[in-house]
Design a protein around this ligand. Structure first.
Ligand SMILES: Nc1ncnc2c1ncn2[C@@H]1O[C@H](COP(=O)(O)OP(=O)(O)OP(=O)(O)O)[C@@H](O)[C@H]1O
Ligand SMILES: [Mg+2]
Length: 255
């Protein structure tokens, strides 16, 4: 579905260039859940921007359904690193903005938004404003906003980065449930090794900046991956493997 072919990105800066990505190659299959794991600043957000046409790569190309991406892609949902909700719009109005941008029937968009609000456990909060919600609730609204137009491709940029461990664990379980139901294609960026393994069909591990693919690891664990999976020998073996890769790269060390 989505292909990154020799993708490189050099940002122009006041004093020269910052090389964010070099020769990144990998494919994302239709309906696949791919997690991207890498240290801060290695180009993960850049990568999602390129995959949605929000940023044009400076070498190589990104290809969606056989066509090179040259402009922003419409049939995508994006959960940004910050929730980016509009403070002057209610929860419901923040979600239906997608329908407004796309000139869709707002009655249908509103019905879908209400259904999503129910699914993420925010029923009764649809008329509240973002500042009346907790961080986890705000992030849930931004997930609804990314899903309401039923995109085939969903980009999630560290959506749970600002959440506490308990909320994060529950949101992971809920996201998997939703994905098993809808089977859209997801690219999910994270710094968290357990989260990367538990969500993924495939993990793309990136090197420190400039980001390159260090390794691609297929994850073969039964779904749904409940809390118990973390105790299974297969999960522990994946965690050991990924930790070793980060130790090899010098990102994790014991002294
Ligand atoms: N618009 C920009 N102009 C110049 N440099 C940029 C721009 N956006 C990103 N960069 C640089 O590109 C590199 C990669 O940035 P990016 O935001 O993609 O990293 P990241 O892996 O998402 O980091 P984090 O995990 O901290 O979110 C960084 O060194 C950053 O300084
Ligand atoms: Mg980022």
């Amino acid at each position: 579905m989505l292909k990154f072919e020799h993708v490189g990105m050099k940002y122009k800066t006041l004093t020269g260039y910052t090389e964010a990505l070099i020769d990144v190659n990998f494919d994302v299959d239709d309906g696949e859940f791919v997690t991207i794991l890498g240290p801060s600043g290695c180009g993960k957000s850049t990568f999602l921007f390129i995959g949605t046409g929000l940023t044009k790569c400076t070498s190589g190309r990104a290809v969606l359904d056989g066509k090179e991406i040259t402009k922003p892609v419409k049939e995508v949902g994006f959960v940004f690193q910050d929730h980016l909700l509009l403070e002057w719009r209610t929860v419901l109005d923040n979600i239906i903005i997608q329908g407004e941008f796309r000139n869709q029937d707002l009655k249908i968009t509103r019905e879908k938004a209400m259904e999503l609000i129910r699914q993420v456990g925010l029923e009764g909060f649809e008329k509240k404003y973002p500042w009346e919600l907790s961080g986890g609730m705000q992030q849930r609204v931004s997930i609804c906003r990314a899903l309401v137009h039923e995109p085939k491709l969903l980009m999630m940029d560290e959506p749970y980065g600002a959440l506490d461990a308990l909320t994060r664990e529950q949101m992971r379980v809920d996201l998997e449930k939703m994905w098993l139901d809808k089977k859209n294609t997801i690219l999910f960026v994270t710094h968290d090794i357990d989260e990367a393994i538990l969500l993924a069909d495939k993990i793309v591990v990136l090197t420190p900046r400039p980001g390159q693919v260090k390794e691609i690891i297929k994850i073969d664990l039964p779904r749904p991956r409940n809390m118990k999976v973390k105790e299974s020998p297969a999960f522990l073996a994946y965690r050991k493997r990924v930790t070793e890769i980060f130790m090899e790269m010098g990102i994790l060390h014991e002294d």
